[in-house]
Write a protein that binds this ligand. Structure first.
Ligand code: SF4
Length: 319
């Protein structure tokens, strides 16, 4: 089976290209046409999209036909592949139009960005909040080891089967969300000082009941470290981040955030800290892969959207 070859442009791929020229960002598309699948990622690569290979399921089959591909699948997150017997094959690149047919995986075209000098703009919040830790983005696995010298224990037991609290539509549901979402592992922290790491603080409603829960359950002090910078701007690329006024980082309470949420201290990661951690992770993973494969590492050219943190949007806003 042929894979990854460049195929000649067809009328249909010209139509997709035309659509992409009209819509600079932020989408991933899967189109079925005449029995073929077209996987399309926006030129800024703001949203993720990757291709998986369906492999033989039983051990006997796998040993017999290790290199055989039984079919192709496409997903925004590679973590979904394992549960259907597929393995990660590769990412769809920013602006790429991929055709998947009986001839295999073929690149039809790579559509340039609106302004050619613009860098790509993969949503950095995929790393912070949205994606599952076992997903692969930009050839990078999300989960990184924690190295801080402080004893690591779990203090909360998270119910993973309820929705995400910050995207619940009203305050009552968000508050109920917190109550439904956590139990406490009291034996691990009674009488101790806790440094609690949260991925982000959006409105500031979720964290204070958790701090109260921990203190009521016996924690001596609760210090908050936030693994992303303060969110100050709305997202116009499809993520339900509230209006500027609702964001805690824009409210007067932010001046004494620790006091407002009932913590002993709060420290955020800087924008540079976040982007360099992500890019370092990508480089590290690529170096490892290259060492395994005996190849030479290519310099990383990944760039990220940080608009909700900096107000610097990947494309000009038009109203
Ligand atoms: S504004 Fe924030 S949430 Fe929206 S795409 Fe950019 S980084 Fe992601």
């Amino acid at each position: 089976m042929l894979t990854n070859v460049t195929a000649p442009l067809t009328l249909f791929s010209y139509r997709i290209r035309n659509l992409m020229n009209e819509t600079p960002t932020s989408y991933s598309l899967l189109i079925m046409h005449n029995g073929d699948i077209y996987a399309v990622r926006d030129p800024y690569g703001n949203r993720p999209l990757c291709i998986g290979r369906l492999i033989p399921v039983t051990r006997e089959d796998r040993e017999k036909k290790r290199s055989e591909t039984e079919g192709w699948v496409v997903s925004s997150e590679s973590c979904s592949f394992l549960s259907i017997g597929a393995e990660y094959y590769r990412e769809v690149l920013p602006g790429e139009i991929v055709k998947i047919s009986r001839a295999g995986v073929q690149t039809l075209d790579v559509v340039p960005r609106y302004r050619e000098r613009d860098p790509s703009a993969f949503c950095i919040f995929e790393y912070v909040y949205f994606a599952r830790p076992d997903s692969i983005f930009e050839a990078n696995i999300l989960l990184a080891p924690l190295q801080c010298g402080i004893q690591y224990v779990e203090v909360l037991c998270k119910n993973r089967y309820v929705g995400r609290t910050f995207i619940q539509p009203n305050m009552r549901l968000r508050q109920l969300g917190v109550a439904k979402k956590f139990g406490v592992l009291t034996d691990n922290f009674v009488g101790k000082r806790i440094v609690l790491i949260d991925d982000s603080i959006v409105r500031g409603n979720t964290i204070s009941p958790i701090i109260k829960l921990l203190k009521d359950s016996g924690a001596k002090e609760v210090h908050i470290r936030v693994a992303s910078p303060p969110i100050r701007h709305p997202c116009y690329m499809g993520i339900n981040i509230p209006t500027k006024e609702e964001l805690i980082a824009n409210r007067p309470e932010f001046k004494d955030l620790a006091g407002y949420i009932g913590a002993n201290s709060v420290v955020y990661l800087s924008v540079d800290g976040l982007t360099s951690a992500v890019r370092e992770g990508i480089k590290h993973f690529k170096d490892q892969q290259n060492e395994l494969n005996g190849t030479t590492a290519l310099p990383s050219s990944h760039s990220h959207c940080t608009a909700c943190l900096t107000g610097d949007y990947p494309v000009e806003l038009e109203w």
